[in-house]
Structures are given as C-alpha cells and as structure tokens.
Design a protein around this ligand. Structure first.
Ligand code: GAL
Length: 421
C-alpha cells in the first residue's frame, strides 16, 4: 500500500502544481537576493511583510531585501526610483501604479520586461479583469503584476464621534457645508487634511463630484479642457472644501490626518482605502462599528480606482527571483494574504471574500456594480511628468486660491505632458 501511495501523491502534487501554473516558479531552487522597492514603510508595511513571509517559505535560500522609502503615495520613493533607474541601477522589482505611471513613464522609456509569458503560464489572462489588464498592458506586452484594487473616493469617520456631535455623513458637498459649519462651531475640524499629495487626493474626489464621471474621463482623454468652465468649477468647489480643513495640514502624514479623526479632533477624512488597512490592522478598529465609510460626497455610484503593481525592470540583478516574486503576487494565496491587511480588494476575480472585512466586502460589491474611473493622484490617468508638474499647480492653488489661474496652469501642464495624446 505504502509503496504505491507515495509515488501517486508525488505525481498528483506535480500535476497540480503544473495545472496551477506554479511549476516554473516553485520548482527552481532559487538563491541569492531579491530587492523589493516600495514606499510601504512603517505602519504601511504589514501587508507587504505577509507577502515576503510567504516568499521566504517558498524560497528559503533567497535573501529578501525590503527596500522602502517612507512617504505616502510614493512622494519620496518615486524620486529615488527615478535616480536609480536612470543611473542603470534598477531594483529587482518596484511598486508602480497601474496605468500611466507605468505605461506612460517606464514602459514608454523601454525600461520594463514584457511579462506576457508569466500571465499565460500562470493562467492569469482569465483571472484579472480585462479592464485592469488594459491598464498594465500595451499592444506589445503586459508590463506588471497587479496586487490590489484600491478605492480613492472614500470618506472615513468614527460612528461614535458623529453620534456624539449629532452629525450625519454628508452625501453631497452641499450637505457637507451645512454639517461642517456646525462642527466648526463646536471646535471640531470638519475635514482632516495632511501634506500636499493628500490635497491632490482630495482634489480628485471633489473634481469627480463636480465634473461627473463622464467629464472626468473626458479630461484625461483630452476632450475637455482643464480650463473649461467645468474645469474651473471643480477648483472653485475644491477651494470651498479647503476652508473646512486644518491649518497644519502640510506638516502631517496621511496617517496623522486619519489619527485626527480617530482621536475626535476631526470629523471626516477623505483618503484611499489604505486608510481601512490602517484603521483595522494598525488601530485595531472594527469595520462598521469602530470606523465607518461612504463614497466621498457626490460620488455615489462612482468607484475611483487605482492598483499597485510590481514589474520586472530590464537589467534587474536577480531576474529568476523576481519572476518567482511576481508569481506569488499574482497568486490567489498571495493576494488573499496581502489585501485583507492592506485595506484593498484583490485584483483577482476569484478572491476568497471570507478572509476580508465588511469594508472590503462593500468595496468589492461596489467595484462590481459602479462606474469605474481612474485616479490621477495615484498614477492611473497621467504620467509622472504630469504628476510632478501637478504638484506645483497644487502648491499654487493652496497659496493663491485662484481657480481660474490654476485651471489655466493645469491645462498648460496637460498639453506639455501629452495628456490625451
Ligand atoms: C498609494 C498607494 C497605496 C498606499 C498609499 C499611501 O499611492 O497606491 O498602496 O500606499 O499610496 O501611501
């Protein structure tokens, strides 16, 4: 009995591994190093660490170098990455947003390897949504492996605090202004804001509400000018919203703005759903009773998405180790270990939702039913050139509050960086 049982088990295991597409990546006896470059440092780190732990289990002889550069949305990491890439010292694999941050920047500069072979080998062509594969692919290849879907347009709050103040969750900006004035009288900051990239983040939620999904898309397709009346109106609304934010915003990290909400110094915060990761994984609050959420005002039915992904830069020092890393990132096992900690939903269509909290379940339902639009603050709709210039445009608005002049400047940088081309 025993004699036949063992070979049958081995044969079955090999067959399953091949069928699951994991054969190549797992069968090799890998060693050496793997440098992973991202901005998931400190309390943004647990989800990434879960992936690294899985990788170490699969490939115990590989030394994983977790190279992080602190700073939300990659404000500092992206600059370091640029220096390394242009200096011919790419990390083995780096975090990059699906969309124009990847395609319009690193693929355009011919710095990435085509991963179509891996997608085919792993059976991923049927597992990732077609729309997402479009954001990481061109006619000539597929250029990264997505690890998640994040939602940008979410407003966060603490139910018990709102109850204490007798405040409701605003469904529109008009409602927000009424609620916010009352909160201000009580000495509560209506909307917590942090350093400048979070102003970009807030802007896109406000602009989506002001423009609507159709005009938002038209903006990035080059079909609606940034300095059109609609474009200017978005900046005007943004100015009104800013009047209800904290004055020390520029010195705070996004987590510190979230802390203001948790501590009851502020009522709301608009942030991507990595905030759900922070609130549950770090702050240990329960989704629903401990913290609450809603689509940012005026954006019900719209899901502004972004996706983190990792690729294989040309000249990566440890190519085989990277391919094994990417195979793990795209796997169901990797995805369902990473995302419940991160606050995002799986980029795969076959996630095991039992592993996710109520926030993620609601995000998953919305992703399936809402109108999907791309985030600019997190790399979907515009390349890095535009984003660098947009930081200055935002600075200008924060100083001057001049909607028309800022909209004009935005149109200039859109033309300069080939938006819609
Ligand atoms: C985004 C990124 C998220 C999260 C956030 C805050 O750009 O996609 O995963 O890290 O920045 O740092």
């Amino acid at each position: 009995m025993k004699k036949t049982f063992v070979p049958v088990v081995i044969a079955l295991t090999v067959m399953l591994m091949v069928a699951g597409g994991t054969f190549t990546a797992q069968a090799k006896d890998l060693s050496g190093q793997l440098e992973i470059f991202s901005w998931w440092a400190g309390n943004e780190g647990p989800a990434l660490q879960a992936l690294i732990d899985l990788y170490k289990n699969r490939h115990p002889k590989v030394e994983v170098v977790n190279a992080t550069v602190t700073g939300g949305s990659g404000v500092n990491a992206k600059a370091v990455l640029k220096t390394r890439m242009l200096g011919g010292e790419p990390p083995d694999s780096f975090q990059v947003h699906a969309g124009q941050e990847l395609i319009g920047t690193w693929v355009k500069a011919d710095r990435m390897e085509d991963l179509t072979f891996l997608f085919k080998e792993q059976g991923w062509m049927d597992v990732f949504p077609k729309g997402l594969v479009k954001q990481i692919g061109t006619e000539t290849g597929i250029w990264s492996v997505p690890v998640n879907i994040h939602r940008s347009n979410v407003i966060w709050y603490i139910p018990a605090n709102l109850e204490k103040w007798g405040a409701k969750v605003p469904g529109t900006w008009a409602e927000f202004f009424v609620i916010a004035s009352k909160l201000k009288e009580k000495g509560v900051v209506p909307l917590a804001l942090a350093q400048n990239w979070t102003a970009n983040h807030l802007w896109e939620s406000v602009a989506l509400a002001s423009l609507g999904a159709k005009n938002w898309d038209a903006l990035w397709a080059g079909e609606l000018a940034f300095d059109s009346p609609e474009g200017i109106a978005a900046w005007e609304l943004f100015g009104k919203v800013l009047a209800f934010t904290n004055e020390d915003a520029s010195s705070l990290s996004w987590q510190q703005a979230t802390d203001m909400v948790v501590d009851g110094r502020a009522a709301f915060n608009i942030m991507g759903d990595w905030a759900a990761g922070y609130l549950s994984t770090t702050k240990k609050l329960a989704a629903g009773s401990g913290f609450g959420w809603a689509p940012s005002p005026g954006t019900v039915g719209g899901f502004m998405f972004l996706a983190d992904s990792f690729g294989l830069p040309k000249g990566a020092p440890n190519r085989d180790n990277v391919i094994a890393w990417l195979a793990l990132l795209g796997s169901k096992e990797g995805s369902d270990a990473f995302n419940p900690l991160k606050g995002s939903i799986s980029a795969r269509t076959d996630a095991n939702l039992a592993k996710y909290n109520d926030y993620a379940k609601s995000a998953s339902a919305d992703f399936g039913s809402n109108r999907i639009v791309g985030s600019v603050a997190h790399g979907v709709t515009a390349n890095e050139g535009f984003m660098n210039d947009f930081a200055s445009v935002m600075e200008m608005f924060l100083k001057t509050r001049n909607a028309a002049a800022t909209a004009k400047a935005a149109q200039q940088i859109a033309a300069k960086n080939g938006i819609g081309k």
